[in-house]
Design a protein around this ligand. Structure first.
Ligand code: FES
Length: 275
């Protein structure tokens, strides 16, 4: 059940170029892997949506890429400071899979460590744009890692049940290889609970809020008839395979842990954003 609490910072750790922000859990439920929390970004009007990375006893940990003022403010927190945290929100990964394979790219690995705890023994393949970024693979011991110019999609066993999170070009490539993969998707989120309509997409003539009615995403081939021109244009604009919501199925939310919403950049391997 989502709750809003003021939580203190337990620790702030560098993980390669990323930051792992550890918060005292308090009464917050860590939720299902793939769900997200809205974290107050000090000095910023809007909170940041971050997927949960780890849930050790008494803590909630979030992997952050400081790509804009909001994420930078979060990374600059120090132990003992407090911020408001709200969650868990959205729908998590579907865990009833026979041959799970975790696939992550860049900061998109953020939800995978917690997911790996729920799917013990599941293999993972990770792609990063630099060796420095690949230091974050330490969060997923045993994962197979590649670095640009090798693509993580080259490591995927297409016979597996893929649960992926990463930059949009990576997701498009994963969808092409594994049409039934559970893919992350993202949208700008201001509230995270359905009030602001900032994350709305139009599907089949209906407006859907990704934060509450999704973000369950299925590949285009399964729902082609239901897609509206609006979501098709949106997907095309973001260079990711068009997807649609399936409200009855669990889903993955895009690597919210990494993105500020003001501006975005995408690189073939990274999970960049700015602001
Ligand atoms: Fe406000 Fe989805 S983020 S409605």
């Amino acid at each position: 059940m989502p709750r809003r609490e003021r939580r203190s910072v337990a620790a702030v750790e560098a993980v390669g170029p990323y930051t792992l922000l550890r918060l005292a859990r308090g009464g917050l439920d860590p939720g299902v892997p793939g769900q997200f929390f809205m974290l107050e970004a000090p000095g910023r009007l809007l909170p940041r949506a971050l997927s949960l990375c780890l849930a050790p006893p008494g803590e909630l940990a979030f992997l952050i890429d400081a790509v804009g003022p909001g994420t930078q403010a979060l990374c600059e927190l120090t132990a003992g400071e407090e911020i408001h945290v709200f969650g868990p929100l959205g729908n998590g990964y579907r865990l009833d899979v026979d041959r799970p394979l975790l696939v992550g790219g860049g900061i998109g690995i953020a939800p995978l460590p917690y997911l790996a705890e729920a799917l013990p023994g599941a293999p993972a393949v990770l792609g990063f744009r630099t060796a420095a970024h690949a230091e974050a693979a330490a969060l997923l011991p045993g994962a197979e890692v590649c670095i640009d110019p090798t693509f993580v999609t080259e490591l995927i066993d297409t016979g597996c049940d893929v649960l992926a999170c990463g930059p949009e070009p990576m997701l498009r490539a994963v969808a092409a290889l594994c049409p039934d993969a559970q893919l992350a998707w993202e949208a700008p989120m201001a509230c995270g609970y359905g009030a602001c309509y900032g994350c709305v997409v139009e599907i089949g003539g209906e407006l859907k809020r990704l934060c509450v009615e999704g973000p369950v995403l299925v590949p285009l081939r399964q729902v082609h008839a239901g897609l509206s021109p609006a979501i098709t244009r949106r997907a095309a604009a973001s260079s990711v395979a068009p997807v649609a919501l399936a409200t009855s199925a669990p889903c993955v939310l895009a690597s919210l842990g990494a993105r500020d919403r003001e501006t975005r950049q995408h690189s073939p391997k990274g999970h960049g954003a700015a602001a």
